[in-house]
Design a binder for this molecule. Structure first.
Ligand SMILES: [Zn+2]
Ligand SMILES: [Zn+2]
Length: 145
């Protein structure tokens, strides 16, 4: 499954005409394989041993390129650092308040909320985000002891 997604992502990258550097490939591969919505720092730490000359700035630069092509979504959370998501299909997030883990879940897209919001506010709504917060199974297991 993730190999298939990775291949699809690499095809998109090729079609966009963006150069596929080893780092860019590795960043994309890491994002496709980790379902954890990592921060740029997480990606940097995971790939540091493979690319000793790579900097956090390089990771950010690669993420920006992947974002521009539409392969990656950036999730910003106030002042804490951004999380990156390579699942660009419509989905929602459950966020653990204890460890910060973000898990995808699917629910029919709330289009009617967008149209209602447009009617009520006069906005031209481009998209929406929905998140549920709580404690993940792993954190719940830890506090149970
Ligand atoms: Zn947790
Ligand atoms: Zn996600």
């Amino acid at each position: 499954m993730s190999d298939y997604r990775l291949q699809g992502a690499i095809d998109t990258l090729k079609e966009s005409g963006v150069r596929i550097t080893p780092q860019r490939h590795a960043v994309l591969e890491f994002l496709v394989q980790s379902m954890s919505h990592p921060t740029a720092d997480d990606i940097y730490k995971a790939l540091e041993h493979k690319f000793p000359n790579m900097s956090v700035a390089t990771v950010y630069n690669n993420l920006r390129v992947l974002k521009e092509i539409g392969l990656v979504r950036e999730l910003t959370y106030g002042d804490s650092s951004s999380r990156f998501d390579c699942n660009t299909t419509d989905h929602y997030h459950a966020i653990c308040e204890s460890c910060g883990k973000i898990v995808d879940f699917h629910y029919p897209s709330l289009d009617e909320v967008e149209s209602l919001a447009e009617q009520v506010t006069g906005f031209n709504v481009s998209h929406h985000r929905m998140e549920v917060y709580g404690t993940c199974p792993e954190c719940r297991a830890q506090t149970a002891h």
